[in-house]
Design a binder for this molecule. Sequence first.
Ligand SMILES: Cc1ncc(COP(=O)(O)O)c(C=O)c1O
Length: 395
Amino acid sequence: MPTAKPGLLNQLNHNYDGLGANPIRVFDAEANQVPDVVKLTLGEPDFNVPAHIKQAAIASINADESHYGPSNGWPKLRRAATGFLKDRYGLAYDPDHELVVTVGATEALHACLAAVLNAGDAVLMPSPTFSLYDQLVRINGATPVYLNTAATGFKLTPAQLAAAIADTPTAKAILLNFPANPTGVTYTRAEVQALAAVCAQTNLVVIADEIYSELTYGFTHTSFAEFLPAQTLVVNGVSKSHAMTGWRIGFVAGPAALMARVALAHAFAVTVASNPAMAGATEALSSEAGRADTIAMKREYLRRRDYVVTAMRALGFTMPTPTGAFYVFAKLPASCGQDDVAFCHALLQQNHLALIAGSGFGPGGEGYVRVSYAASLETLQEAMRRLGDYVHAQA
Ligand SMILES: Cc1ncc(COP(=O)(O)O)c(C=O)c1O
């Protein structure tokens, strides 16, 4: 095996200095070493991909769709994705110039940031937030600026946003995610409108990660792009709505002049997403059955959410009732101390239950744990039993 020439190593891309592996995946790998562990760590739906979606991918393979597709994605999928955004959220995008199909929402976010950022720019982000954002911003030469939302129920307020904009003259973009990972919180229509009104006074590009938009409980998601289409790049995909995380299909929509740049960043990095996955995503987004799949999964998530929230509150955890996604973000009971990292390690080692420490999601997450309830009810029941054993042992 070759060893890298030492002189090379200090001249590598410094944007990557100090960036390790995703802390969630590191802890998840640690949990895998624990016998009979129960893991509620990853944002990974436990459902199988519905059969009609698999059939669409198989048909694509059998039809020998084995050559490069158009870089922005097959027109059929672009139409399905713009149709989905129109049908669900009232957004109007031209599939030929205003939408790009990407390799998951992750590549969509990367393409947006690569298209927009210059070295020295700042990117605002409410926190706690999805930990990948920090890394994506840094590798694009910019600096994340966290807006701690713990004091306002994990929601960014218009006043806090306006103050942050005034304090951060280098801010080029804001990264919003709702429904939110890790908090499960989302914004009402009026709240989205109020934040959009603040952004409208600026030249900020709003990158709205709405990958959990189909998983809202009791109301329909409002897209940021509805109120601020000229400044918003809206990111979505089929990973969460159709349990297709491993298929790696996402998309970005926005004004044509911005999307031309996003399309370049996408094309230079990956050329195009894979054909069978695009065929499956087309079926997921354009068929009646695809709509029904999400509704059925959502019904099940709601049942699980209610179970976990009730069980954790009974153990002394406190939390806002999550209104979207599939996470509970809970404050530790006083009897367990407030060191969330120590709590998660002890819970893993002593009771073989893996939850994610809140501080890994940025300022405001300290003293919290994230529970992913994208797991079967039986798994959740066992998890709550183990959590109860641990908590009662601390009292
Ligand atoms: C907020 C958020 N954005 C993006 C992603 C990545 O989505 P994808 O698997 O489509 O790349 C995730 C995955 O957990 C997420 O939680």
